[in-house]
Design a protein around this ligand. Structure first.
Ligand SMILES: O=C(O)CCC(=O)C(=O)O
Length: 265
């Protein structure tokens, strides 16, 4: 899949693009079986909610490590994912910065506070915001189930100084409350990205996004494939975050089969 000039202009303007039904029911069924399997693994790549349910499963795209998965490895290399990411980053030399499956379990899946991904990635040593994330929904997603909200055009605000939010099970850099209220009052209304399983969203690393508690009866399973330009890879040292959140494999990702997920089943 290649983005049209209109889609590229929309990405530039809004900081995100939605692709309804990009992956088929059969492909999603393969990925869902993998999420169920990976959820049973106990390792540092699997972060749990304070209540015990799985919040996030990191590093599912490699061939080694506790959370390796052949279908997810294939997913990140499909032209449907990789081509638009390359276009958004303006280079074919792109690698996976990290993958994470946010499972947001029914009733107990909690908030992701307003943030810009680059607020964390700049601190990892990525010099430029040449980064983007491709989200694949593996369950139908509605607002009550904790949909992702995005503020259109907010990537143009540049980087907003974050604070280290320790209130959720996965600690990260979020936008301070007072600044976030100012932004919300002066921006277009946030868009709730809802859709059927197989729907995808590509978003810029400086776009403001968040999601709420899952109050529904169904888990909300999303994978976030975050990508970086090879030329923007950070230097690694003793204080670098672990490989499962800041990948040490910075080799450019090759395009593989578009039906790779089904073949890896
Ligand atoms: O899963 C979600 O709802 C939000 C995830 C998110 O914002 C992120 O991974 O940056």
């Amino acid at each position: 899949m290649l983005l049209t000039p209109d889609q590229l202009a929309q990405y530039e303007r809004d900081g995100f693009l939605v692709f309804p039904g990009l992956f088929s029911r059969q492909e999603i069924a393969v990925l869902r079986r993998e999420v169920a399997r990976l959820s049973g693994i106990e390792s540092e790549e699997v972060v749990r909610e304070h209540t015990g349910g799985v919040r996030t499963i990191f590093r599912v795209h490699e061939t080694d490590g506790a959370t390796r998965s052949a279908p997810f490895r294939a997913l990140v290399r499909t032209p449907r994912v990789l081509r638009p990411v390359r276009q958004a980053l303006g280079t074919d030399e792109v690698y996976v910065y990290h993958t994470k499956i946010n499972t947001k379990p029914a009733i107990e899946g909690t908030v992701w506070q307003w943030h810009q991904d680059y607020g964390s990635w700049m601190r990892d040593g990525c010099k430029r915001p040449d980064m983007a994330t491709f989200n694949v929904m593996m369950t139908d997603t509605n607002e009550m189930g904790g949909a992702l909200y995005i503020i259109p055009g907010s990537h143009k605000l540049g980087r907003i100084e974050p604070f280290y939010d320790e209130s959720t099970a996965y600690k990260f850099w979020a936008i301070p409350k007072a600044r976030m209220i100012e932004v919300l009052k002066s921006s277009p209304p946030p868009v709730a990205v809802t859709g059927e399983a197989g729907t995808c969203v590509l978003f810029h690393c400086n776009v403001l996004h968040a999601s709420g508690h899952n109050l529904s009866a169904d888990d909300r399973w999303h994978i976030y494939i975050s990508c970086n330009a090879v030329a923007n890879a950070p230097r690694f040292g003793p204080t670098s975050r672990p490989d499962w959140v800041v990948s040490r494999n910075t080799r450019a990702l090759p395009l593989e089969d578009d039906d790779g997920v089904l073949k890896a089943a």
